[in-house]
Design a protein. Structure first.
Length: 106
């Protein structure tokens, strides 16, 4: 059994499927979260629980949340070529910053 969602006003199916332990979450909670993400009224979402995928046509994509600034900073720091800093006082500072942000050596 899976849970599928359709936008009532347009008939479009969402590109979202809930299954397994997600079905233990109340339907109203899924509707509230999806409606908030799509910035539409909760009443404009319909839920279908089915063993077979009822969706057809083009699926409505969910918006992608903006990147977390801390995660983006971690990613950028990880992309640095730290070999330039090895053996210099700056290398030690960069190493301490990365360790503070949760990077592991190796």
């Amino acid at each position: 059994m899976n849970r599928y969602f359709r936008k009532v006003s347009t008939g479009e199916w969402l590109n979202a499927v809930m299954g397994g332990s997600a079905l233990d979450v109340p339907t109203e909670s899924h509707i509230a979260d999806l409606a908030s993400a799509l910035e539409i009224p909760e009443a404009d979402l319909e839920v279908v629980d089915s063993d077979d995928d009822p969706r057809s046509g083009k699926l409505l994509s969910l918006p992608v949340p903006p990147p977390d600034p801390i995660q983006e900073a971690k990613r950028r720091l990880a992309d640095l070529d730290l070999a330039v800093f090895q053996g210099s006082p700056l290398g030690s500072v960069v190493h301490d910053i990365l360790r503070t942000l949760g990077f592991k050596e190796g």
